[in-house]
Design a protein around this ligand. Structure first.
Ligand code: C2E
Ligand code: CA
Ligand code: CA
Length: 506
């Protein structure tokens, strides 16, 4: 028994140990199961999060693509926009082309689109743009090119062509775009300008080719109406070099006061004691006079025209101070470009000039053209009132060349209307013109506005205009613009300075 016990004990211990082992194994297995379960669960959660993240990434990618497409595409026409086109062109320019082929850029604008928009309304205008875009897209696609909308009424096509084909392509574009389109059940025809430039003449970089196409487009814009195609060629390239040279000289001329204020007399047939003048800029070079119609727009492009106008204002008013004191100056008038008038800084600039001049304000007139009222009637009206508040009068220049009518002029604070010389030139040949001028003068007189006729060249015109009631006559019949010294010689003689006798062109 004593032998068995230990055996029993051992057996018991052995059993106990085995039981412990089993328990431990079971517990470890239980723990393992729990850990595995937790791991499996964590894994599932991770999968769920991954799927969610994947979803979010896809949404973000779709949004990014949508934004990129929007930034590349013009929303109205679905053509690519300017920067995308130029990006494509930039890449294309590095690619070699077969012999005889060049890269081309054609810039296209719809003429008088603003008026078309006014006539058809915004929706109609949009339909015109869409129709133009569709035509350009078709033409571009069938020529392996790209069409883009580069601005409000501006489009472009870029493609590879031979020089000979490029000229034909320009003409083809024109006839395609000119073909009538039906907009809101109306037949509409548009006129376009197309400027083309290729790497045959221009350097193969985007900026140069774009500048060249721009130049060609500018050539087209010189025509007042109709559709035009101009290609950048060596003649235009030479002109640009010449223009660059002239720009340098013009800059010097402005800086050194070589451009002078001259004075063209405006005669009142009923007042022989006093005379008005229009101040006209004159730039005389050793090669001859440069016409203001040329250098004024150039100075505007160069950003120096406002400084020039300011200098001319001060110098002209300085000349005029003694004329006013002597009593024979009625007023002198200055040309104010419409784009200046609507500038927010216009009144501050004017105030600065007025503070510097000694000429009393009743002798100062600002001439503005009626186009300003088409573009920005509200700002223009406000400016006119502000100018009037300063005791300065306003003349409406080139009346009869624009689109405004007498009704839209009623109520504007105007002191003078200057009838454009095209109306005066037709006076003798067209009875309708005489009726029109007579209607304008009668209306103007009834509201206290003076009427000045421009471009009076003959005695017959002078007599008719006088009889029709014009209170200002300006033109070569009385004389071209004079230097300040010549004004003094001719008008500063004292009594009865203003004779109705003609001073013919030299
Ligand atoms: P505008 O304001 O219509 O000026 C009248 C233009 O008609 C002047 O041309 C003048 O010389 C011309 N003219 C006057 N009488 C007759 C005539 O009997 N027959 C013909 N055929 N022409 C006549 P100009 O001096 O060449 O000036 C052209 C334009 O340049 C002006 O047109 C004006 O818009 C602008 N301009 C001239 N001087 C200045 C200036 O100092 N500043 C600004 N901003 N513009 C100016
Ligand atoms: Ca004028
Ligand atoms: Ca004028």
């Amino acid at each position: 028994m004593s032998d068995e016990r230990p055996d029993d004990l051992e057996g018991l211990i052995q059993q106990g140990l085995e039981q412990c082992d089993r328990d431990a194994r079971l517990s470890a297995e239980r723990d393992l199961d729990e850990t595995t379960r937790q791991l499996v669960e964590a894994n599932r959660e991770l999968e769920r999060m991954k799927a969610k993240l994947q979803n979010q990434i896809e949404t973000l990618e779709r949004e990014r693509d949508r934004v990129l497409t929007i930034s590349r595409l013009d929303q109205l026409t679905r053509l690519v926009n300017r920067s995308t086109l130029l990006g494509h062109l930039n890449e294309a320019l590095i690619c070699p082309l077969p012999d005889g082929q060049h890269h081309w850029l054609f810039l296209i604008d719809i003429r008088r689109f603003k008026h078309l928009n006014n006539a058809l309304g915004q929706t109609g205008g949009d339909l015109v743009l869409k129709s133009v875009a569709q035509r350009l897209m078709d033409v571009a696609l069938s020529n392996n090119g790209i069409a883009a909308r580069t601005g409000g009424n501006e489009f472009a096509v870029s493609l590879a062509l031979s020089a000979r084909d490029a000229a034909n392509f320009g003409d083809f574009l024109r006839s395609t775009l000119e073909a009538p389109m039906v907009i809101q059940a109306r037949q509409v025809r548009i006129e376009v300008n197309i400027g083309g430039a290729g790497t045959n003449v221009s350097a193969p970089d985007v900026e140069t080719i774009r500048g060249a196409a721009d130049q060609a487009l500018l050539e087209c814009r010189k025509h007042k109406s109709g559709s035009h195609v101009c290609m950048f060629d060596s003649r235009l390239r030479d002109e640009i070099v010449e223009k660059a040279d002239l720009e340098i000289r013009l800059n010097q001329a402005v800086n050194t006061n070589q451009i002078e204020p001259w004075f063209q007399p405006i005669i009142n047939p009923n007042d022989t004691k006093r005379v008005s003048f229009e101040v006209l800029a004159r730039w005389s070079r050793p090669t001859g006079m440069v016409p203001p119609d040329y250098f004024i727009p150039l100075a505007t492009q160069m950003g120096i025209r406002r400084r020039l106008d300011g200098d001319l204002f001060l110098r002209a008013t300085e000349h005029a101070v003694p004329w006013a004191k002597q009593g024979w100056l009625k007023d002198i008038s200055f040309n104010v470009p419409p784009s200046d008038l609507i500038l927010p800084t216009f009144m501050d600039d004017l105030d600065r000039l007025l503070a510097k001049t000694q000429l009393p304000r009743e002798h100062i007139v600002m001439e503005i053209t009626e186009s300003v009222f088409i573009d920005d009637m509200d700002v223009a009206r406000e400016r006119l009132e502000q100018i009037g508040d300063r005791g300065i009068r306003v003349a409406l220049d080139d009346f009869g060349t624009g689109y405004s009518n007498l009704r839209s002029m009623v109520g504007l604070p105007l002191s003078k209307i200057k009838l454009d010389r095209s109306l005066i030139a037709d006076l003798g040949s067209q009875d309708r013109m005489a009726t029109l001028v007579s209607t304008i003068t009668q209306w103007a007189r009834s509201v206290g506005i003076e009427v000045v006729a421009e471009g009076v060249e003959t005695e017959a015109q002078m007599m008719v205009l006088k009889a029709l009631g014009c209170t200002g006559l300006q033109g070569f019949y009385f004389g071209e613009a004079l230097t300040a010294a010549d004004v003094e010689k001719r008008f500063g003689q004292g009594e009865n300075v203003v004779l109705m006798s003609p001073r013919k062109r030299a």
